[in-house]
Ligand binder design. Structure first.
Ligand code: COI
Length: 355
């Protein structure tokens, strides 16, 4: 793919304190952009200054939310090399998201090439401090100006990047989660398995409710019976009960997380039985009370792993592992981040160098 380069006049000042990066606050100098039209398909790949994008007020995305996105990271190793983690999985997931939203396919090889190109261009922005990385946000949206609800005739694919630290200010300290028993996130046949902006917009009210009650995130139940646990906030979730791992199956309502898949690989390699099966909230709370609920953790690219120390369902509250990060949670975090930052051998071939 030929990528043209549009230079910016003045480069931005990089954040001086890498311990205060937070998440998604500082955008880098450049972005990757490519356009799609019915007649030309994908064309005009370019790296240009990260700047506001002019949009017609009738742009269909502003009205009907035809938008999908991805999230992955670039890591700086101790030797100063930069690497990605399973970028082809993000590319494939975006293809599946787009198919559901009637948006054009962005081929896997082009996706990976575009990610490598923008990261290479912004390599000075990949932070050095422990647990920091460059978060990469590819996204696609319809640009056609029209108010009819239909597949659009023009789309843009953009990748922006930002240096990040921990997603939650609490880092690896356990968070408190509230089970949402009224609002739902996804139903079968809907868009729950896609990474589309609309899913996240619909989740904010649940999060606001949880925050008002002193909780960090929401644990979503299935949309049909409000009985089975599915996802937590912006992450997949796993439970260790009596030595076995439980997580919701990928059957249309749950996001097929890259971190989820990687954790399942590690866990099975270590001899754990991982049950990708429906788990009812009643059984979960029961396990919390009878002492068999040993560890709970969310998994996602942004947060990596987020231990859960307390669960509330209606008026019932259980504390998990005395509100401390569990041994397995810590081991998963150390192993996955060890591979991502090149501290441990990557025997799975998950890392991809940016050269
Ligand atoms: C990620 O984990 O990369 C996500 O996309 C979650 C995000 C909404 C912050």
């Amino acid at each position: 793919m030929e990528i043209r380069f549009v230079k910016r006049d003045v480069l931005k000042e990089k954040p001086s304190d890498e311990s205060k990066l937070g998440f998604g606050k500082y955008m880098t100098d450049y972005m990757f952009v490519m356009d799609w039209t019915k007649d030309e398909g994908w064309h005009d790949a370019r790296i240009e200054p990260n700047a506001p994008i002019p949009l017609d007020p009738a742009c269909v995305t502003l009205h009907y939310a035809q938008e999908t996105f991805e999230g992955l990271k670039a890591y700086r190793t101790a030797e100063g090399k930069i690497q990605l983690f399973r970028p082809e999985m993000n590319a494939k997931r975006m293809i599946n998201s787009n198919a559901r939203l009637c948006m054009p396919e962005f081929p896997v090889d082009m996706f990976v090439e575009a990610v490598k190109a923008i990261v290479k261009c912004e390599e000075d922005w990949v932070p050095h401090a422990k647990d920091t990385s460059l978060y990469i946000r590819p996204f696609m949206f319809a640009t056609e100006a029209a108010l009819g609800v239909h597949m659009a005739s023009a789309y843009k694919f953009i990748i922006i990047c930002c240096p990040v630290g921990a997603y939650y200010p609490t880092g690896l300290d356990p968070v408190k989660i509230m089970v949402e028993d009224e609002l739902v996130r996804a139903v079968k046949g809907g868009t729950g398995f896609t990474k589309c902006g609309g899913n996240y917009a619909g989740s904010i009210l649940g999060q606001v409710k949880a925050e008002k009650m002193g909780y960090t995130q929401v644990l979503w139940l299935d949309g049909e019976e409000r009985k089975y646990v599915e996802e937590v906030g912006t992450m997949n979730i796993m439970f260790k009960i009596a030595g076995e791992i439980y997580t919701a199956p990928i059957e249309g309502t749950v996001l097929p997380g890259v971190t989820r898949d990687s954790m399942i690989h590690l866990l099975r390699d270590w001899g754990y039985k991982v049950n990708e099966t429906k788990l009812s909230v009643d059984d979960l709370m029961k396990a919390g009370h009878d002492g068999t609920l040993e560890e709970v953790f969310g998994t996602g690219t942004a947060a990596v792993i987020s231990p859960v120390g307390e669960l509330r369902y209606k008026d019932d509250v259980v504390t998990i592992n005395d509100m401390k990060t569990g041994e397995l949670t810590q081991k998963l975090y150390d192993t996955l981040t060890g591979i991502q930052w090149g501290r441990l051998e990557d025997k799975y071939g998950w890392t991809v160098p940016v050269e």
